[in-house]
Ligand binder design. Structure first.
Ligand code: NAP
Length: 259
């Protein structure tokens, strides 16, 4: 049974794995045979994710093992230490990396505080770089030939959004970073793609006022918000060898928003 699963024998590192889309990715990857490392600044969230994976495991205990780690993706020392720990733990580095950790700190551009701008860039863009660099170095050293890196950008990075100049800029940067990484890592057999979600029901969007939530839904051709599990399905495709000829792609998962 395990041999037919899409991520059998793979180790997957998921940042932001303690909440929302990252948690749904962990759940789907585990059901598809991966050993999952959920890393999050919110350690309790990451631990809850791993408990869910263990509780819902459809497999006999077998070769899979899941772990939760505290991680601030914008802290280079912490990132390098985590990647070293994961490599020692599994005797191989992660061959799948999902950069899902992200934050918003909204304000109109003319009133945006410098520290809020810097913080969002630090987590969303620099964090994606730091984790990708450390994992890529480990993949190259280990001669991984089926590596897959998936970065979370946003539809907002493509079209902009009122009140989100910091977030939109960070996500546009993630797309450019993804394409460059794809070009540089192709020679090692490592692919790198970006997912651009639209409006997904997670704690990140739960803070929006209800009237705004309803207005946005009217602009979505499918007339509803997306679920984290629907984004996770695309992530699984990009992680597995089923997408073996895709690298440097921007994949929109938005219910048609902004088409
Ligand atoms: P979420 O539910 O808020 O999950 C993000 C997770 O990342 C949270 O557990 C958060 O912890 C964690 N995190 C924050 N800062 C971190 C750091 N410095 N290091 C490590 N972890 C950190 O958000 P989501 O909706 O699942 O979003 C996942 C990704 O998709 C993000 O990159 C987001 O920008 C992107 N995205 C989401 C949507 C959407 O509609 N939901 C749309 C487009 C793009 P705390 O909760 O403690 O902050």
């Amino acid at each position: 049974m395990a041999a037919s699963l899409q991520l059998s024998g793979r180790v997957a590192l998921v940042t932001g794995g303690g909440s929302g889309i990252g948690r749904a990715v962990c759940e789907l990857f585990a059901r598809n045979g991966a050993s999952v490392v959920a890393a999050d600044i919110n350690l309790e969230g990451a631990k809850t994710t791993v408990q869910k994976l263990e509780a819902s495991s459809e497999l006999p205990s077998g070769p899979q093992s899941h772990h939760a780690f505290a991680l601030d993706v914008s802290d280079k020392v912490a990132v390098r230490s985590l990647v070293k720990n994961v490599t020692e733990l599994y005797k191989q580095p992660a061959s799948v990396l999902v950069n899902s950790a992200g934050i918003t700190m909204d304000k109109m551009m003319v009133k945006m505080d410098e520290d809020k701008f810097d913080k969002v860039i630090d987590v969303n863009l620099k964090g994606t770089f730091l984790v990708t660099q450390a994992v890529s170095q480990a993949m190259i050293a280990h001669k991984t030939t089926d590596g897959s890196i998936i970065n979370f950008a946003s539809i907002v990075g493509k079209h902009g959004n009122v009140g989100q100049c910091n977030y939109a800029a960070s996500k546009a940067g993630v797309v450019a970073f993804t394409k460059t990484t794809a070009k540089e890592l192709a020679r090692y057999g490592v692919r790198c793609n970006a997912i651009l979600p639209g409006f997904i029901q997670t704690p990140m969007t739960a803070v929006m006022p209800e009237h705004l939530y309803n207005v946005i839904k009217e602009f979505i051709p499918l007339k509803r918000e997306g679920q984290p599990s629907e984004v996770a399905e695309v992530c699984l495709f990009l992680a597995s060898n089923r997408s073996s000829y895709m690298t440097g792609a921007e994949v929109e998962v938005s219910g048609g928003l902004e088409i």
